[in-house]
Design a protein around this ligand. Structure first.
Ligand code: ATR
Length: 285
C-alpha cells in the first residue's frame, strides 16, 4: 500500500503488552489492501500503568484513532474503561474490540463470534447436537462457553484440572453449564457432539495426554482454540480416531471481522489467501 493511503484514512490499533507477536496487523493490512481502502491498523504497545491514559486519549479524541483491538493483559480494563460495553462483554467482564461513535467509546467481545463463524465455515452442522464439552476454564474458555450457550446447546460441560474454576464459570453462565474435574472426562464425553479444547495442552510442541475420544457421538467434531501448531496433538488424536476436526486459526481470523467493519466501513471476507498468509508467518517464527 502506498503511504498516502495509510495516512489518509481511519486509524485503528491493536494494543497489548507485549504486542509485537500480534498477527492482527497482518490480517487488517491484508483486508485494507484487498478492498483498496485508505486507512491504517498498527500495533501500539501500552503498559498496564499507561492503559487508562491511553483509553482517555481515545475518548478525548487526541489520538486520532477510530478504535482498535485490545489483547492480553488489557481486556478486562478495556471493558471497565469503555463508556458503552455491550451485553456480550458485560457478561464476560472483558472486551477485545473498541470503537468511537460520536465521542462515546463502545466495546464488545468478538472472540465468541470468531469461534462460531469458524465452525460455520469449516464444519457446517457442528451445532446439531445438544451436548458440548469444553476442556479448560481459563480466560479463553469464557467467550466459548457464552457462544456455545447462545447457539442453543442444551448442556455445556466444562471439564478442568482445577474444578473450582470450572464451577465459577458454571455459576456465571447459567444452569445449562456444568462443572467437572478432569477425572470425569471419559464419562462426561458420552453423548457429546462438540468437543473444544481451550487449554494450553499441546501448544508449541508441548506433549499432551492421550485422550480416548470414542465416547463421543458418531460424527462429533473436535476443535481446539490453540492454532500453533495448526494440528495440535489433541486434534491429531481425534482425527486418527475417526472424528472430524477444525483447527483454531479461523477463530483468530473471524474474530477480526466485526472490528474491521466498524472502523473501515466494509465487511471483509476470511479467504484462503489470508489463511495462507498467516500460516506463512507462523512458519517464519
Ligand atoms: P487462558 O486465559 O489462555 O485460557 P489460563 O487462564 O492460564 O489461560 O488457563 C489455562 C487453562 O489450561 C486452564 O483451564 C488450565 O487448568 P487449571 O485451571 O487447572 O490451571 C489448563 N491447563 C494448563 N496446563 C494444564 C495441564 N498441564 N493439564 C491440565 N490443564 C491444564
Amino acid at each position: 500500500m502506498d503511504d498516502s493511503r495509510e495516512t489518509q484514512g481511519p486509524k485503528a490499533f491493536v494494543t497489548g503488552y507485549p504486542v509485537k507477536h500480534s498477527r492482527s496487523p497482518l490480517i487488517h493490512g491484508y483486508w485494507l489492501r484487498q478492498l483498496d481502502l485508505a486507512g491504517s491498523y498498527r500495533a501500539h504497545e501500552v503498559s498496564v500503568e499507561e492503559f487508562a491514559s491511553f483509553i482517555a486519549s481515545l475518548k478525548d479524541d487526541t489520538s486520532g484513532f477510530v478504535g482498535g483491538n485490545v489483547t492480553i493483559p488489557h481486556k478486562e480494563a478495556a471493558f471497565k474503561l469503555a463508556d458503552r460495553p455491550d451485553a456480550l462483554s458485560e457478561e464476560l467482564g472483558a472486551s477485545n474490540t473498541l470503537w468511537l461513535q460520536d465521542g462515546v467509546l463502545h466495546a464488545t467481545n468478538t472472540d465468541g463470534r470468531g469461534f462460531t463463524a469458524n465452525l460455520d465455515e469449516r464444519h457446517p452442522g457442528w451445532d446439531r447436537g445438544d451436548r458440548a464439552l469444553i476442556l479448560g476454564a481459563g480466560g479463553a474458555s469464557r467467550a466459548i462457553i457464552q457462544a456455545v450457550r447462545d447457539r442453543g446447546f442444551k448442556e455445556i460441560h466444562v471439564v478442568n484440572r482445577t474444578v473450582e474454576r470450572a464451577q465459577e464459570l458454571a455459576d456465571r453462565f447459567g444452569e445449562r453449564v456444568h462443572a467437572h474435574p478432569m477425572a470425569a472426562l471419559g464419562e462426561v464425553m458420552q453423548g457429546v457432539g462438540l468437543f473444544i479444547n481451550t487449554t494450553s495442552l499441546g501448544m508449541d510442541g508441548e506433549a499432551a495426554p492421550w485422550i480416548d475420544f470414542s465416547p463421543l457421538v458418531q460424527g462429533a467434531v473436535v476443535t481446539d482454540i490453540v492454532y500453533v501448531p495448526l494440528k495440535t496433538p489433541l486434534l491429531a488424536q481425534a482425527e486418527e480416531q475417526g472424528f472430524a476436526i477444525v483447527d483454531g486459526l479461523g477463530m483468530l481470523l473471524h474474530q477480526a471481522v466485526p472490528g474491521f467493519e466498524k472502523w473501515f466501513g466494509r465487511r471483509p471476507v476470511v479467504d484462503e489467501t489470508l489463511r495462507a498468509l498467516i500460516i506463512a508467518d507462523m512458519e517464519k517464527h
